[in-house]
Ligand binder design. Structure first.
Ligand code: ACM
Length: 699
């Protein structure tokens, strides 16, 4: 019998609908009990009452204005209409409530690092008011306002509040690697929209790699003609991206990775290489030996002309030159380069690389650009004005700061590592363990979430970036004291749905992927299954599958979320149930029952879907985990430790389910393990009282 879509989804949704935080905001004329929005503002004072929204609500711009603010106002109203279904008027209607945006003065003609991004937002019975020093702050204030719209019995409303807000760090970035897989412009635009929504202000555009040279050069056209397989951004398109980003308060920093990760440069210009070539665009992934020749003056003449061309295209003062994972093998293999090293007294290829970076830094300076590179470029001989992006251990952060470099923190924000939003959120750009001095801490400009694209396609990239990047955005914007992971997840879930509704596809893509795997739209059972799973990380998948640029990336692993909301939800329910919360125990039972009910359908879908069969072990383990959960609840209710034989069987099952199989892991395993352990120890028991409640006994 086929399970219909609705009851299963209703069960899954019912679990989240019952969480108390989502049920709180229904009281009219009372301040919201649970704060909305990501990132959290620096300071929020709530007052009693709501400003009800209706079609008469309108927006006035006062003080300094510019077309960018007009467009920001129009976008704000479009989003507000999308959220509420109300058509808002631009013109005042009598003394109807207005949003007044007051901006003191313009921001810099080219957005600068460290510009004032602060704003004040007040909402009271007279209306809403955003006051900002310049358009950057005004645009941030508009995003905060959108996130504060609540539903009340009277309709959509804004709770009265006074908000004073500014970022903790001036550099809050998202890097997207558009080289391993080309990411089309519409996907870039929708990511810029989402960045604006969570107040990220740097789009780091990784444009060149072994696997593709993704930008048009008019000076050296063979770069894109021979190095991109036809997938590159024209200069006109680049200008459009820069304008689109600038309209949203976002700087665009391009990366041209060198001297390694540069095979695609040498396909059309082999004389740049340290080996004679010929070169071809890579379709495999990894670290390749090919590297630019740092010893020939012709290399620097080429870079001067190319970087000069790019400096004219990208207005931002910073330019990223990569510098990562250059293994030096091609240099050591070339007698001429070995002789150069000897003549300069270099005993390591790292010294030669520093020579190269120093030459590139001088070229950039001539073109009025500051150099930014990955932490491999760190070396005491490197010019101090180079900015270091840390992606190895914190030791690099410490050394870089001690050497006086300004730095960006990215190590914990690698999206392809598949860490949870909680892990990313808790990782501070100024780690306490690093013991940076106040002067060293000042050198940390912020950080960037990094989306390497070896294992993503335009169809899956949103789901890898979002919503976890919103948690990084909060870490980079909000005060250091903001540490409540449960609260972050509560707000993240709301914001995630809003972002998908407004143009991102991170939820939509996953659902479409599952439908394609199922080969039917009666895929509710598969959705339930997918919510229990997470992808293995990129390194593990690389070892298991050796994917290449030509791999389709259309398996179950590609259609499951890196941090499924059910993981956190289940952890919380188990904790609450083990502390005697009857409602939580009932919800847990409902969830496990829904799994048990859906499992035969998933097995049936897999029988007709060769791509799903790839996950056959997980499909087999899933109903057994449901049973383990249900039986744990039964034993806990009986207030007796579960029999030893049962405990042993469950341990074996959990061990089996924790093994690396099928490219996907069970994200829900820690919650089930906790329940099983509690049932086995008998230290906690859930016992039905005569009133039907559950008692906790034991310690
Ligand atoms: C890097 O992840 N290779 C910078």
């Amino acid at each position: 019998m086929s399970l219909s879509r609705r009851p299963l989804l209703a069960l899954a949704l019912c679990a989240s609908a019952l969480t108390p935080s989502l049920a709180r905001n229904t009281q009219p004329h009372a301040p919201v009990a649970a704060e909305p929005g990501i990132p959290q503002p620096a300071s929020v004072q709530l007052h009693s009452g709501f400003l009800l929204l209706d079609g008469r609500f309108h927006v006035q711009l006062t003080g300094y204005t510019e077309p960018r603010l007009d467009r920001a106002r129009d976008r704000f109203l479009e989003h507000l209409t999308a959220q509420t279904g109300i058509l808002f008027g631009l013109e005042p209607a009598g003394n109807s409530p207005a949003l007044v945006i007051h901006t003191d003065k313009p921001s810099a003609p080219v957005q600068k690092l460290g510009e004032d991004e602060s704003y004040q937002l007040t909402i009271d019975s007279a209306g809403a008011r955003i006051t900002a020093a310049n358009p950057l702050g005004a645009m941030h204030g508009l995003q905060t306002l959108l996130q504060r719209v609540q539903t009340t019995p009277q309709g959509f409303a804004l709770p009265f509040a006074t908000i004073t807000d500014q970022p903790r760090f001036p550099w809050r970035g998202l890097m997207i690697d558009c080289s391993r897989h080309f990411i089309p412009l519409p996907v870039i635009f929708q990511n810029l929209d989402a960045m604006e929504a969570v107040k990220l202000n740097v789009f780091h555009w990784h444009l060149t790699e072994d696997q593709g040279f993704r930008i048009e050069s008019r000076v050296f056209p063979r770069l894109q003609q021979m190095g991109s397989n036809g997938h590159y951004y024209t200069q006109q398109q680049v200008r459009e991206v820069i304008a689109y980003a600038s309209a949203r308060g976002i700087r665009v920093v391009p990366e041209f990775d060198m001297p390694g990760h540069a095979t695609s440069w040498m396909v059309g210009y082999p004389h740049l290489g340290s080996a004679p070539g010929p070169y071809s665009v890579e379709t495999l992934f990894g670290i390749f030996d090919a590297a630019l020749d740092p010893t020939r003056e012709s290399t620097y003449r080429f870079l001067d002309a190319f970087l000069g061309e790019m400096a004219g295209l990208f207005p931002d003062p910073y330019m990223h030159i990569g510098g990562d994972e250059s293994n030096g093998k091609a240099w050591r293999a070339n007698p001429r380069i070995r002789a150069f090293m000897k003549a300069h007294g270099y005993t390591t290829t790292q010294q030669l690389q520093t020579y190269f970076e120093t030459r590139v830094q001088r070229i950039l300076a001539r073109h009025h650009k500051r150099m930014l590179g990955w932490d491999e470029i760190l070396n005491p001989a490197l010019p101090k004005n180079a900015v270091i992006q840390v992606w190895h251990g914190d030791q690099f952060l410490i050394e870089g700061a001690q050497q006086g470099h300004r730095e960006l923190y990215s190590r914990p924000y690698y999206l392809d590592h598949m860490d949870t939003a909680a892990e990313m959120f808790q990782a501070d750009p100024i780690p306490a363990a690093a013991k940076l001095t106040p002067a060293e801490s000042k050198l940390i400009l912020g950080g960037e979430a990094c989306m390497w694209s070896e294992q993503v396609t335009p169809q899956t990239v949103d789901s890898r970036i979002w919503p976890r990047t919103a948690a990084v955005a909060e870490r980079l914007w909000s005060p250091a004291s903001d540490r409540d992971t449960n609260d972050m997840y509560r707000r993240l879930q709301v914001e995630s749905l809003r972002l998908d509704g407004e143009g991102l596809d991170h939820i939509t893509d996953l659902e479409r992927g599952l439908r394609q795997l199922a080969g039917t739209d009666a895929d509710a059972a598969l959705i339930l299954f997918a919510h229990t799973l997470e992808p293995i990380d990129n390194d593990a998948r690389y070892r298991a599958q050796h994917p290449t640029q030509l791999t389709p990336f259309d398996l179950l692993v590609d259609a499951v979320s890196p941090d499924p909301p059910l993981r956190h939800q289940l952890n919380q329910l188990v904790d609450r149930a083990l502390h005697g919360d009857n409602a939580a125990a009932i919800q847990l039972r409902a969830i496990f029952q829904s799994w048990a009910q859906a499992a035969p359908e998933v097995a049936q879908l897999a029988a007709g879907s060769p791509r799903l069969q790839q996950a056959s072990e997980r499909i087999r383990q899933w109903p057994r985990l449901a049973t383990a959960g249900l039986e744990s609840l039964d034993y806990l209710k009986q207030a007796m430790p579960a029999p030893v034989g049962w405990q042993t069987a469950q341990k074996t099952l959990i061990q089996d389910a924790a093994g690396h199989q099928d490219l996907v892991n069970f994200a829900v395993l820690p919650a089930i393990r906790k329940l099983v352990d509690a049932a086995g120890s008998g230290a906690v028991s859930l016992r039905r009282s005569s009133q039907g409640g559950i008692h906790v006994t034991g310690g």
